[in-house]
Design a protein around this ligand. Structure first.
Ligand code: SAM
Length: 272
């Protein structure tokens, strides 16, 4: 019976299958948000069993996102392209950027329909910010879509965020080449901002196994590969580091709080 199928608890808003986990929702569950389903929470709980510090790690990622956007805004960047932006949470890119510069423009790109639905609701009254549904692997589409190019001028310096998204691309997607394509499209003075799972700890390898077997993505790559994403840019101090150590607001005094964390990242500037 069609009516029953439509109201079945298996199906969430917008025809989203609540029986299939999504990266955006599992990440929301790890962060401690509320925009996820039971199936996502099961995976988040397993991740936190493998790595007791997983929530700290996810929050460290949100925290560097805020510091990185603030840094770029203070360097004069007034337009941001946030690829794989995720579900709205505390201190989103546009909030941080527009706090520094009310005229800053932000386009969020994600391929998860729930991100689009929540994002549009949040941004209904903000004409300088937009959420676009696109696949970041298709750089040509992203860089030429009128929805994006109407708001962002690629001939001017821009902040490009690929924060916690490249590890959800397969090796076959050639993330190094993809980043190069984006970087080559950026005007001098632009910034590339990347964070990525690094395979430097035993917990990392166990988490990778969990994510790949449940979500089909979540690859932990080597420091050399991650540093290679920044080719053709000038590193912003202190370079590519464990996230809490990238320009912390207050110096890190208790290193044990970050034991086992596996994400590294930083910013590179496209030279003049
Ligand atoms: N950037 C946010 C952050 O760091 O807090 C969210 C990161 S979340 C772990 C990864 C996001 O990338 C998810 O929202 C997921 O839907 C999105 N994503 C994964 N693969 C994608 C693709 N091929 N195209 C667009 N978005 C993608």
């Amino acid at each position: 019976d069609e009516t029953e199928a439509e109201t079945s608890p298996e199906w969430g808003p917008g025809g989203v299958d609540m029986g299939v986990p999504s990266v955006a929702r599992v990440y929301d569950a790890i962060l401690g948000g509320k925009d996820h389903f039971a199936i996502d929470r099961v995976i988040a709980d397993k991740a936190m069993a493998v790595m007791p510090n997983a929530r700290t790690g996810a929050r460290a990622n949100r925290a560097i996102l805020e510091r990185g956007v603030r840094y770029m805004a203070r360097e004069g960047i007034d337009q941001f392209l946030d690829l794989g932006s995720g579900l709205p949470t505390a201190r989103n890119t546009h909030e941080v950027a527009q706090q520094e510069n009310p005229h800053a423009r932000v386009v969020y790109v994600d391929n998860d329909p729930i991100v689009l639905a929540h994002g549009r609701a949040l941004l209904a009254e903000n004409d300088r910010t937009r959420v676009v549904n696109a696949d970041v692997r298709d750089a040509r589409d992203v860089l030429t879509r009128p929805e994006i190019t109407e708001l962002l001028d690629l001939k001017r310096p821009l902040g490009l965020l690929m924060v916690a998204v490249l590890h959800h691309l397969a090796d076959a997607d050639d993330p190094t080449e993809l980043v190069r394509t984006y970087r080559e499209a950026l005007a001098p003075g632009s910034y590339l901002f990347i964070t990525h799972f690094c395979d430097s700890t035993p917990e990392g390898r166990e988490l990778e196994h969990l994510f790949l077997s449940t979500l089909g993505s979540g690859r932990f790559r080597s420091r050399a590969t991650i540093e290679g994403f920044f080719a053709g840019t000038e590193p912003v101090e202190p370079g590519v580091v464990l996230l809490p150590y990238w320009r912390p607001d207050t110096p890190v005094t208790d290193e044990s709080a970050y034991a086992g964390l596996t994400m590294i990242g930083g910013l590179g500037r496209v030279p003049q």
